[in-house]
Design a protein around this ligand. Structure first.
Ligand code: NAD
Length: 448
């Protein structure tokens, strides 16, 4: 895998941010209008909103740390103002990571005294109420709808990591918050970061612009190894054990098709011009996972979406060790096909005979996570904030409906999935006992 590709692998990215590899902010200077290298601070022209923007982070893990640094880099008139988490060590580690990364500039760009470091399941509200202008919602997916609702109601611009929910009630709540954000002219950028990648934008512009003719089929995959496992410590309650191994519990992550492979489902959506399917059939199961740290999630899914007019699209994902990894999109149309891969940058269009007729030749030096924040802050400054909440909710729902179909063994229509009453996230949480649900069994597990 290329250096660039490995930087885009999510767990590597998380580690790299902590180690200060991905985002070289050491030379960052609050007063500078530009920083040497590939990550310039935006030099603003006349602006609608030129206030100092105070940033709050809710969920201080890998992406909380990374997106805080990216937000500070995106705009020289921002300050990190408040942080919230449920786990004290995560908040402390994140603040240290950000401060170390900023070096001397931290003195003027990080202003998070102890009384603006909030802990607990209500820390999100305390961050929101601390006087911030922009919040970065980077907790586990389960909490995104609640945090987004509170932030939008309080009038904050939001960056919300993907996926935006784990179930249909969550997606419906996000759609309501999206509409309210639009009404209030608030920014809402969802972390489907490949939509901010230059090469992807180049090739999908070709696809959406008709270079392949009419799209007849799309196949995307997300095949990777297992994620980290954190063995239970004697002092941990059930809930803390699950939170620290969150990607293995459906109520927290949505399962890996929702939490991780949703990136590739979002690209499948992109290839079709964001069409919604009529229904999905999805096969899945748990063949190679074992041990309590692996919770109750599946380790493979294979979804078939059907559309008005009969078109079908396909998505497969797997988290198993000892199997090859891949993350490719294959898009077929009446006049040709496209092959797209961000890990091993491949952005090309072929004719029906398989001959390459277009290849991306634009810039490759920008980090998509940084571009996402650059464009987010630029849009706030311009008074025309980006709001991609609807698209983010639809892509999340595509993944949720496939999980529903796989767990139950049923064909699930878009309408039925959207109206599902299954609420995975408990209304209130406290550190203590929390039994693990059984592994779903297709044909037995009920659709709710
Ligand atoms: N766009 C990408 O490429 C990308 C990459 C990695 C992760 N993500 C997404 O970002 C989100 C976070 O992932 P991560 O890898 O940073 O996880 P992480 O475990 O490193 O960090 C999450 C943090 O949120 C905290 N948290 C959880 N619930 C909370 C709550 N209710 N209130 C306050 N804090 C809470 C946790 O304690 C933890 O510190 C996930 O939705 C994930 O899917 C996106």
């Amino acid at each position: 895998m290329s250096k660039q590709a490995s930087a885009w692998t999510r767990r590597d990215f998380v580690k790299a941010v902590g180690a200060g590899v991905v985002v070289p902010l050491a030379a960052y200077d609050a007063s500078a209008r530009a920083v040497p290298g590939t990550n310039p601070v935006r030099a603003w022209g006349p602006t609608v909103d030129d206030r100092k923007l105070k940033i709050g982070v809710i969920g201080c893990g890998g992406r909380g740390t990374g997106s805080a640094i990216q937000a500070l880099r995106a705009d020289s008139n921002t300050v990190l103002w408040a942080m919230g988490d449920v786990l004290p060590d995560r908040l402390a580690g994140s603040l240290k990571g950000i401060t170390d990364e900023l070096g001397d500039a931290a003195a003027s760009r990080v202003d998070v005294p102890e009384d603006r470091r909030f802990l607990g399941f209500d820390s999100y509200q305390k961050v929101i109420d601390s006087g911030v202008d922009v919040v970065l919602l980077t907790t586990y997916p389960a909490f995104r709808p609640l945090h987004l609702k509170a932030a939008v109601e309080a009038g904050k611009h939001c960056f919300a990591e993907k996926p935006v929910a784990v179930d249909a009630p969550g997606v419906r709540s996000v759609l309501e918050s999206t509409a309210l954000a639009k009404k209030k002219n608030l920014g809402l950028v969802v972390g489907f970061c490949w939509r901010y990648n230059d090469g992807m934008r180049g090739v999908y512009e070709q696809v959406n612009g008709g270079a392949l003719g009419e799209i007849t089929s799309v196949y995307t995959n997300y095949l990777t190894g297992t994620l980290a496992k954190r063995p239970r410590q004697p002092e941990w309650s059930d809930l803390e054990f699950q939170l620290r191994n969150w990607w293995h519990f459906t109520w927290i992550s949505g399962d890996h098709i929702v939490e991780q492979a949703v990136h590739s489902i979002d690209r499948l959506m992109w290839a079709t011009g964001d069409r919604l399917p009529l229904r999905v059939v999805c096969l899945g199961g748990r063949a190679a996972r074992s041990g309590p740290e692996h919770g109750h999630v599946f380790d493979h899914f294979s979804a078939i979406y059907e559309y008005e007019g009969g078109m079908r699209t396909f998505h497969s994902c797997r988290q198993m060790d000892g199997c090859p990894s891949d993350n490719t999109d294959y898009i077929y149309g009446t006049r040709g096909s496209a092959v797209v891969n961000g890990w091993v940058p491949t952005f090309s269009v072929r004719d029906v005979g398989g001959k390459e007729v277009w290849k991306y030749s634009g810039r490759t030096d920008r980090d998509m996570y940084q571009t996402e924040h650059d464009e987010f802050f630029a849009s706030i400054r311009a008074g025309t904030p980006i709001n991609d909440g609807q698209r983010g909710a639809n892509s999340t729902m595509m993944a949720v409906m496939a999980r529903m179909a796989a767990y139950t063994g049923q064909t699930v229509s878009w309408e039925r999935a959207m109206n599902s009453k299954e609420e995975l996230v408990p209304a209130s949480l406290a550190f203590g006992d929390m039994p693990v649900p059984p592994v779903p069994v297709p044909g037995v597990t009920k659709f709710l």
